[in-house]
Design a binder for this molecule. Structure first.
Ligand code: ATP
Ligand code: MG
Length: 426
């Protein structure tokens, strides 16, 4: 049998125990923020029918054309590891009757999968937190989405994020604009890269989303969607801006912001940073009023949402000198020696965990000399060791050793005093 080491798939990473405290810390903050706006968590499957994504995100988009992990299963169904959460959320909402005559504020968190070229801030498995609101057509709920995300930055202590907004208008306005773009880009056909040439016929709006810097001057001079907006979208966009001004959220209107998914209309927004190189978008969202209907929902349901990439957030936080990674090391390591002591160790350890729910206590297992046990206690990062030997069992005491002090001071206390003693020092 081959002994070759099996490695993880490129772009699909482990999150190691040294990193999980930071992830947990961020997750707690994000969860608190979304819940403080009354959003309820929805847990969605990782696997869906491929058609869900091709019909919602759009056939001619980066995600559906080249980034999905799709496969044929044993029943000959085409399945896809979800590349994003919105389509899944809409599917679940329709299927479970969550949208019918109801307003829903939902949020989700979890891994997403896209077959992209792995690089800093871009992976094949990555994590998103997202929120979606259903049943509200007015732009006040768009503002709520932006406020939630602004509160994320505030709670995490991130300052260098810039908000960009745009309106994509209604379907009709986009049809008219599409023709304008088609004419414009056709007139500059030779300047288009192959991707854009291909998209010209199928989905010219996508050209605006091009990541190729050579395309940017041409895109910069293209007709602007804002000049073709329908009246309702124009009004909503004005209200959105007034409301943002009212709550002192600064933003830039970026007329070329189209987002990489087809289902958006009216408001779209992105939070950007210059601190992540090419992967500058940390969070993105917008309105998708037609998607519920498009996926078979019986009742037209206006909707808006955002998704944020956690890996990019983590890279940003790691760059913040002021940000402290929370310490999840054990505070106490329980050293034990001799058959009688081992018997007593578990009952004492359990008692401590009962009485001190915040305590992180490692009970030594696996025997060994005092010397080797103390080595492990030191390595664990614990501040103090509790020592229980035959002698201590006899006297109903424990010995406490302060592992992080220079002289590693030691004292004996009654077992009955242990809870109070630990309370006073952790
Ligand atoms: P980009 O333009 O960087 O490819 P996108 O427009 O494809 O992003 P969305 O589909 O809107 O991104 O997803 C929302 C957020 O999810 C992004 O802003 C980013 O933070 C994160 N994200 C998207 N793709 C990846 C990835 N491959 N790896 C890590 N994070 C990602
Ligand atoms: Mg992308």
């Amino acid at each position: 049998m081959s002994k070759k080491i099996i490695k993880a798939i490129r772009g699909i990473n482990d999150i190691l125990p040294t990193q999980t405290p930071l992830w947990q810390h961020i997750e707690v903050i994000l969860r608190q923020v979304v819940e403080s706006y009354g959003y309820k968590e929805i847990r969605l499957p990782l696997l869906e029918m491929t058609e869900l994504f091709s019909r919602s995100i759009g056939e001619v988009t980066d995600i559906v054309e080249k980034e999905m992990f799709s496969f044929i299963d044993r029943n000959n169904d085409s399945l896809t590891l979800r590349p994003e959460g919105t389509a899944c959320c809409v599917r679940a909402g329709i299927e479970n009757g969550l949208f019918y005559n109801q307003i829903q504020r939902l949020w989700y968190i979890g891994p997403m999968f896209r077959h992209e070229r792995p690089q800093q801030g871009r992976y094949r498995q990555f994590h998103q937190i997202g929120a979606e609101a259903y049943g509200i057509a007015s732009p006040d709920i768009d503002v709520e989405m932006i406020l939630i995300t602004a509160r994320f930055w505030q709670k995490l202590g991130l300052k260098n994020l810039e908000l960009q907004i745009n309106s994509l208008g209604n379907t009709n306005a986009r049809m008219i604009y599409r023709q304008q773009l088609l004419d414009y880009f056709s007139g500059h056909y030779e300047q288009l890269d192959t991707d854009s040439q291909r998209r010209l016929q199928t989905n010219p709006l996508r050209i605006l989303d091009s990541k190729n810097p050579d395309m940017h001057p041409l895109i910069e001079s293209a007709p602007k969607l804002l000049d073709y907006l329908d009246n309702e979208s124009k009004e909503d966009f004005a209200i959105l801006q007034q409301l943002l001004d009212e709550v002192n959220i600064t933003y830039q209107v970026n007329p070329r912001l189209v987002r990489g998914l087809d289902y958006y209309n009216k408001t779209v927004f992105e939070w950007l940073t210059k601190d992540l190189g090419a992967q500058g978008t940390v969070c993105a969202g917008g309105r998708y009023d037609k998607l519920v209907g498009q996926l078979g929902g019986k009742q037209a349901t206006p909707a808006v949402g955002f998704a944020m990439g956690l890996e990019r957030l983590i890279i940003l936080l790691a760059q913040e000198s002021a940000f402290e990674i929370p310490n999840k090391l054990p505070q106490v390591y329980f050293v034990t020696m001799g058959a009688k002591a081992v018997q007593k160790t578990f009952s004492l350890s359990e008692l401590l965990r009962n009485e001190l729910p915040q305590l992180r206590l490692v009970t030594h297992c696996g025997g060994g000399s005092f010397k080797s046990q103390f080595k492990q206690a030191d390595k664990s990062g614990a501040k103090i060791a509790i020592i229980l030997g035959e002698d201590e069992v006899e006297k109903q005491q424990v010995t406490i050793k302060h592992l992080r002090e220079k002289n590693r001071s030691q004292l004996s206390i009654a077992q009955s005093e242990l809870v109070n003693y630990l309370k006073s020092i952790i």
